[in-house]
Design a protein around this ligand. Structure first.
Ligand SMILES: [Cu+2]
Length: 266
């Protein structure tokens, strides 16, 4: 009789332990309310910025130094890529406009938004492989926002992001195949992207929890709209020239311009 009681107690303890460890799928999920979902999309209440108070930040990024000589990409080893170009193709590492402003600088709010969470945009951001070059060279997305990767080339690419804070993956994409859709669940400035087939292919993806970022283009300018009033640290990030920050205070409805200068690598 005593033995049966001991056995019964042992079974009870085991069952209790199993329940405490969350073995069942119907446990209340009390601990997940503020954690991001699997895709990285915010699970908690999202911040809506009142358009009546929203501020705008604009500016441009300039280059200081001797203009670097553009580096020509040699595609000779891959005839299917080389045949897609009649003109020489240059690496997009340092792309200068005529007025010495810079393209492909990621300008974003680095600090100042506190714990605010923002809705994940439903629009996808396209990254194409065209002429054996990533187009555009640099993109920004929010955590959980879909990046749609295309292969517009008559050749196979193998896209391979090399993140430090997200999961690494690489996928082969054959010509005429379906687009690839991917999300990144964690913030990261920036994720380098390479192609395992073509060593010259390089791109960058910036992933943020908020929508306040821009990539400079022709003219080296940026515009970040819809900012809640506040004090911010803004960073301008460049793949070869490094990063620089500036602090800015934005009052309600403010429209401010700040300029950045990135020096030639010494
Ligand atoms: Cu490729």
């Amino acid at each position: 009789m005593k033995r049966r009681l001991e056995l019964w107690l042992a079974i009870s303890v085991f069952v209790l332990l199993l329940a405490a460890c969350g073995g069942g799928g119907e446990q209340p999920t009390e601990t997940t309310e503020s954690k991001p979902t699997e895709s990285g999309a915010p699970a908690g209440p999202v911040t809506t910025v009142d358009p009546a108070t929203a501020a705008t930040l604009t500016g441009k990024v300039s280059f200081d130094g001797e203009k670097p000589k553009p580096r020509q990409i040699r595609m000779d080893a891959e005839a299917s890529c080389a045949s897609l170009h009649k003109e020489p193709v240059y690496a997009e590492e340092v792309v200068l406009n005529d007025d010495k402003t810079l393209q492909h600088v990621f300008v974003y709010v680095k600090e100042g938004l506190g714990d605010k969470t923002f809705a994940t945009p439903s629009e996808t951001v396209v990254l194409d492989q065209k002429g054996c070059v990533y187009t555009p060279h640099m993109i920004g997305v929010q955590v959980g926002q879909t990046v749609k990767i295309l292969n517009s080339d008559p050749t196979t690419h193998n896209i391979h992001p090399v993140p430090a804070n997200n999961r690494e993956w690489n996928t082969s994409m054959s010509p005429g195949g379906s687009p690839l859709e991917r999300t990144f669940p964690r913030e990261e400035v920036m994720i380098p992207v390479k192609c395992n087939v073509h060593p010259w292919m390089k791109s960058y993806i910036g992933v943020l929890k908020h929508p306040f970022f821009a990539v400079t283009g022709k003219g080296g300018t940026f515009e970040i709209k819809g900012l809640p009033p506040g004090e911010y640290t803004i960073e301008a990030w460049h793949e070869k020239l490094g990063a620089t920050t500036q602090k800015v205070t934005l009052a309600a409805k403010d429209s401010k311009a700040i300029d950045f200068t990135l020096k030639a690598a010494s």
